[in-house]
Design a protein around this ligand. Structure first.
Ligand SMILES: O=C(O)CCC(=O)C(=O)O
Length: 235
């Protein structure tokens, strides 16, 4: 099976040993020293397996406000049950799955045939593709109705995503904390996913790191997250 080549990171181009990079302004906390990357065009965090790129103001506020409303109203949000250790559990958020017809995705014991792209999702996909230089054939939507909705520790490492999944994660609405934990070193990173921001994940990130969106008790505001993905259908 052929996988599209993931664009080289600036660090790789420069011949560096570093495999994690941030090219945009972001405050990132690690378990070691907090790193403020505001003034650094490209910061290198050594010995971290994977690639992250954070673009805080990818979609301007006013436009992002309109997307939040439209996505909430137009998408086919559903409750979802997953199977964990043989038990059926309802996930604490609403979900939807859109994409090209071949982009069937199976995770947590549930098969996801895609709905047909809406005009809004297609337009957002094209903007994200232009920015990232990657192509996507599907998108997973998550609607966090309030701070009680969350996503537990996981990696997006299903076989149909390929060996080095490239995932573009677009956020609208309430700010939520995105936490990453390295499987072996237990190193932690945390960043705030804000309204209109774009997070790009690539390289070996899904192999070595888990991520989650923790609960914020008492918080009332909704948030929508769209993760654009490439599914490689089973041959
Ligand atoms: O809501 C988020 O930002 C995270 C979404 C996520 O981890 C996923 O869809 O796998």
């Amino acid at each position: 099976m052929e996988y599209p080549k993931v664009r080289k990171t600036p660090a790789e181009t420069a011949g560096s040993q570093c495999s994690a990079y941030f090219t945009y302004s972001a405050k990132i906390k690690t378990t070691q020293a907090p790193v403020n990357l505001k003034r650094t065009r490209m910061a290198k965090l050594l010995n971290l397996d994977g690639e992250l790129d954070f673009i805080k103001d990818f979609i301007p506020d006013r436009e992002a406000d309109a997307f939040l409303v439209r996505l909430q109203e137009d998408l086919a949000w559903q409750e979802e049950n997953i199977i964990i250790a043989g038990r059926k559990i309802q996930v604490p958020r609403l979900v939807c799955w859109y994409g090209d017809p071949e982009a069937r995705y199976r995770y947590s014991g549930v098969d996801h045939p895609p709905s047909i792209w809406t005009e809004t999702l297609r337009a957002l996909k094209e903007r994200v593709e232009t920015k990232s230089g990657q192509r996507f054939n599907s998108v997973l939507g998550n609607l966090y109705r309030n701070g009680n909705d969350a996503m537990g520790w996981h990696a997006d490492n299903e076989p149909e995503l390929g060996p080095e999944p490239f995932i573009a994660s677009l956020s609208f609405g309430a700010e939520r904390r995105f936490e990453l934990r390295h499987d072996k070193t237990r190193h932690n990173l945390s960043l705030t996913l804000s309204h209109g921001s774009l997070l790009l994940m690539g390289g070996r990130l899904q192999r070595h790191w888990r991520h989650r969106i923790p609960r914020i008790p008492g918080m009332q505001d909704p948030r929508i997250n769209l993760t654009f993905r490439t599914i490689f259908p089973k041959s």
